[in-house]
Design a protein around this ligand. Structure first.
Ligand code: NAG
Length: 188
């Protein structure tokens, strides 16, 4: 690029130095191969990530008096495998497996496990339990999967895509969101 040729003025050189000495976090490469961490930049570990996903889910469930989920390593492996597949294109494509599945995509590297759950759970505002319906033009399915009465276990994964962006995916077993069924425990 002409801007960085030796004959250019000192101004572009200053920009180059800024890039060298103050690399924006969002442009730095996440540790390749790790990909599945709770926090950005390769920090955190598997138990921390699992706990964060589980705690965030169970907080939402407690607001509607549903039993807490259990963490399931097999489901987490499935989620990890799928999010690894998506590292190249970072696309929100469902795996079409036998489990319930919530997915999240965010630009940049900073999205945490709990951020995805918060985003999904925010659909609560659009869900009307009295009529078991969702506001027109809105989605409620992520929220209703989180609170689904007969779902017992979850396993999730978070991955940083090669080209930027974060994919977070959770699997739910038994799956929820059967059309026409009421998500909550009507007997409670
Ligand atoms: C919700 O789950 C509990 C515990 O498994 C069960 O006893 C109850 O019958 C379920 N409620 C409905 C409406 O399916």
């Amino acid at each position: 690029m002409a801007a960085f040729s030796p004959s250019s003025s000192s101004f572009p050189t200053t920009i180059l130095c800024l890039l060298l000495f103050y690399p924006p976090r969002s442009l730095s490469n996440p540790s390749p191969g790790s990909g599945l961490v709770s926090f950005t930049g390769g920090k955190g570990n598997y138990p921390m990530m699992a706990r964060e996903f589980l705690t965030a889910h169970n907080k939402v469930r407690s607001t509607v008096a549903e039993r807490p989920f259990q963490w399931d390593r097999q489901l987490a492996r499935v989620a990890k495998r799928w999010s690894e597949v998506r590292r190249a294109d970072c696309a929100l494509k469902h795996s079409r497996g036998p489990f319930g599945e919530n997915m999240f995509w965010g630009s940049g590297w900073t999205w945490r496990a709990a951020d995805a759950v918060t985003e999904w759970a925010s659909e609560k505002d659009f869900y009307d339990a009295a009529t078991n319906s969702c506001a027109v033009g809105r989605m409620c399915g992520h929220f209703t999967q989180i609170i689904w009465n007969s779902t017992v276990r979850i396993g999730c994964g978070r991955t940083e895509c090669y080209g930027g962006g974060v994919i977070i995916t959770c699997n739910y077993d038994p799956p929820g969101n059967y059309v026409g069924e009421f998500p909550l425990n009507a007997t409670a």
